[in-house]
Write a protein that binds this ligand. Sequence first.
Ligand SMILES: [Cu+2]
Length: 108
Amino acid sequence: MNIQKKMIPAVLALLCLTTLQVYGQASAKKKEYTLVGKVEAVSISTGKVTVNHGKVDGWMDAMTMAYPVDKPESLKNVKAGDRIKASVFNGDMMLHNLKVIPPEKPKK
Ligand SMILES: [Cu+2]
């Protein structure tokens, strides 16, 4: 693995933090948003789930990254490929009340 590839997660994490800080300052009160995405990986030992998600207006741009969850035991029912929904809050990266939801219906 070359050094540039190794840098990618660090750069992404930094981008995330910057995004969170900017949005966090805009509103002191914690606002709730809904995140919907596809699970790429689950780590029960670290209590983190890697999610590929679209832009959550007011919270974070579209990206794939590992997020901590409020209840690590809830990850036992989650696997790569699942579509999930979770609540997220301003200035906080944690996924709350993570739930597996049915796959997206193909558009007719
Ligand atoms: Cu992110």
